[in-house]
Design a protein around this ligand. Sequence first.
Ligand code: SF4
Length: 334
Amino acid sequence: MNFNSLTTNETQKDLISIAEKSENSAHWSVSEILSLLDAPFNDLMYRAQCVHRQYHDANGVQLSTLISVKTGGCPEDCGYCPQAARYHTGVDNQDMLALDDVVSAAAAAKAKGASRFCMGAAWRGPKQRDMDKMTEMVRAVKALGMETCATLGMLKPGQAQQLGEAGLDYYNHNLDTAPEFYEEIITTRHYQDRLNTLQEVRNAGINVCCGGIVGMGETRQSRAGLIAQLANLNPYPESVPINHLVQVEGTPLYGTAALDPLEFVRTIAAARITMPKAMVRLSAGRQEMSEAVQALCFLAGANSIFYGDKLLTTGNPETDRDRALLDKLGLHAL
Ligand code: SF4
């Protein structure tokens, strides 16, 4: 795609030089990403589409199903999370699911068209007895012919390797937000702890799924800072979930001023442009989004969704509604 043929003003010229950069996996400064987020909306969408079409099936969407294998009672203090034991959100502490229940849920998700099955647990990090059960689950889901993903919190040295040996394809661990805003949201673990876990995952040869949450009261600059952190991981994540805060009563972030939906779309576009080969996942918060906003997110380069009636504890559009939306937009499952 020749961007030069389309230049009419300085803004577009700036966008072009940034577009060319995305092909070289260069270092992204926060100000460069901010200039993407500041760009005229049409220019930004056009850029994102050009990058998207260069690297991906333009009308393909990957479907991932998420299940909570251990819900509630988490000792951490993530300000958005209904599973933190310290907040009164009505989410009870439940025991770990039995292996058979997880396998049945994975088989049902596969039958409905999901290609990846993600297992989440509300832990600071897994203990060894948890690892024994998790590796069993990973092996069993993998045996169904699905891609496997897990999100279990911080990993100690050696744990990623155990998961990898069991057949784990992806490990999810989000950076959540920009470093300068992070302590407003979480105090029980540090940004560097997250980076360390991501490095453990990389070292074990497991694909990295890492993104963040927007709509937590952060500035556009902080959204740029989050995208810069993700894009500058070396290599950048294979899978980048962009979540919109789901406000749950009882969590500290309940009542945060709502984010303009177009800011969310812009964030997706910036993720697409700066991490061209990644699967950008439209994640939590989709239930509260109109079909039009979701369509704009796909146009901005999102090519993966969580698919299933429930996320870890919050709602998600029903699979039938999702199928209808994909059909309406002429999108197909990858
Ligand atoms: S986001 Fe994860 S680590 Fe944070 S409180 Fe919730 S379950 Fe615990």
